[in-house]
Design a protein. Structure first.
Length: 70
């Protein structure tokens, strides 16, 4: 999806197994609270949570893609 269509604070993340996680590369482990909450969501669904610092966050799934296999 072109970045011009993402919300201003939008980010693209990839859910990965823990050994492949790298927050700097937007690769989120499926075992983190946010990663686990995203599992099974469909396009258009959202989750809300409170961070460790008490800030409220919301994430909406804009697209779901199958992994590319080599």
């Amino acid at each position: 999806m072109p970045s011009s269509r993402l919300p201003r604070s939008g980010k693209i993340v990839t859910l990965v197994y823990p050994g492949e996680a790298d927050i700097g590369q937007a690769r989120i482990s499926v075992l983190t609270p946010v990663g686990a909450a995203l599992l099974g969501l469909s396009k258009g669904q959202s989750i809300s949570w409170t961070t460790r610092t008490g800030a409220g966050k919301q994430l909406t799934v804009l697209d779901v893609r199958e992994p590319a296999f080599a």
